[in-house]
Ligand binder design. Sequence first.
Ligand code: HEM
Ligand SMILES: [Cu+2]
Length: 559
Amino acid sequence: MIQANAVGLSASRGFAGFARNDSSLVMSHVLFAYAALFIGGLAGLLQGLVRGGLITLPGGIGYYQLLTAHGVLMALIFTTFFIIGFLYSGVARTMGGKLLPAASSLGWAGFILMAAGTLIGTVLILLDQATVLYTFYAPMKASPWFYVALALVVVGSWLSGYGIFYQYRQWKKTSSEKLSPLFAFMAVATMLLWQIATLGVAATVLFQFIPWSFGWVETINVMISRTLFWYFGHPLVYFWLLPTYMVWYLVVPKVIGGKVFSDALARLAFVLFIMFSVPVGFHHQLMEPAISPFWKYVQVILTFMVVVPSLMTAFAMFATFEVTGREKGAKGLFGWLKKLPWGDVRFFGPFMGMLFFIPGGAGGLINASNQMNALVHNTLFVTGHFHMTVASTVALTFMGVLYWLVPALTNRVLTPRINRLGMWQVGIWTLGMVIMSVAMHIVGLFGAPRRTNYTTYFDNPAAQDWVPYQVAMAVGGTILFISLLVLVYNMILLFRAPKGTTEYVLAETSADAHPTPPILERWGLWVFILVVLVLAAYTIPFMDLLNTSGPGSKPWVTW
Ligand code: HEM
Ligand SMILES: [Cu+2]
């Protein structure tokens, strides 16, 4: 009876904990992600110290080699592994209480491919065979196996996505409820975005980089490869942000003792995020001469549309805070602020993340504006921007999740002591990131380039003025690394915490909310509109690039 109903039942009532296999699947992803964060953080620390002029790298390690390891492990590996693990946990939790055998097999297959790809890629970076930075711009050529490794990661992540889609379809078929659980909807939206976005990177890796790096073809069309990369590179950012928003929409309200402000608003925001995050890659190519200003303009307009769902999200967050605070008796304009659970790391992590997103988002508007981009392009301002966004907003939110997800998976409890140490860890990260990324923003405005080893350009006075800020970057980086050491210590404590049950934190929808229009779950419709938008934004400039971007380039090994 329970077997037959396993999928049909909504698991929100009486969830008895994770099945062993599900818990190991999720834990494998989470541990892999945090191992990548730790190693990437070590690279980050060394980079900061090098750029501050405080050390030189030992043993023939190159600065760009280190920077490649950092970018790949942080931006691609930490994020993807954590996100897939987190999504699988909530998919199991909200759709039937456990993963269906096929979903779990797909999840494991995905994990194995991604892990194999990561290991091969990392070894090649360490052997100095792939010092091409995480954007692997042509015509720099890494070992062909580096691109094969990237392909393994992408294909693995596709399998993981299919597992989530499978569980969702089975749940829809067997459930009596009309609407899928909000977590499941958001997980499907995230993986759908990922499938569509990765088509670009898969195309350039499979059809351009692999044949060219193995020597089967002589030249590569550089502009096409960059355009396909950024077709992927911007939605990549939303692949990080959507799960972050899931925590804000679904976890944070519960931690503060409230409900989801509006199910319909949350779903609409997610649909809009998908629409406005794909046909916009040109805002990373504003300085490329081969793309006409008109098409850059079109894509910049589409970029700015993302303000709409972003402000919807901000509105929903503050509405939840205020409504919940007032229910607890808060008075006055800002009395509700005092009712927030400031001592709870499950709230504090994501909330610090939200605060970072205010300057982070503003910086994004600057980067995306053509004229201002000309000022900050390839300076440390950009590096400061994405450390405020992905390395703060996203990373702090994911850290906040770690403190309840790990004990919920291992049937242990988050003790007050670990919670307190978690607050310290989050606080130290916040401090380090403020110091490092503010310094990066300022020195970037003074013209300091990103992605360079330490140099004073023959003691040029302008470059000498940058040095104090670069020392500040090193100080911030050191504080950040201390936070990671505390994080490792906390993880050890979590594994040794007393046995017990920890709540899987998920809020319910407020009873006052308007019912959700079923059209929001018509995926076919949204994908269709998205395809139309992508074709409108890309077809003509892409044809132009195919026809006019010259003879292509032979491979170069510049390091
Ligand atoms: C311990 C914490 C961290 C430190 C000390 C750190 C430090 C740095 C430094 C100094 C740079 C290089 C600047 C340059 O020469 O251009 C850098 C680049 C970068 N960082 Fe971090 N970072 C940290 C955490 C993170 C996190 C958590 C992420 C993402 C999740 C991240 C993503 C990146 C990316 C994508 C780059 C650019 C790589 C490139 O230009 O190819 N960092 N970081
Ligand atoms: Cu972008």
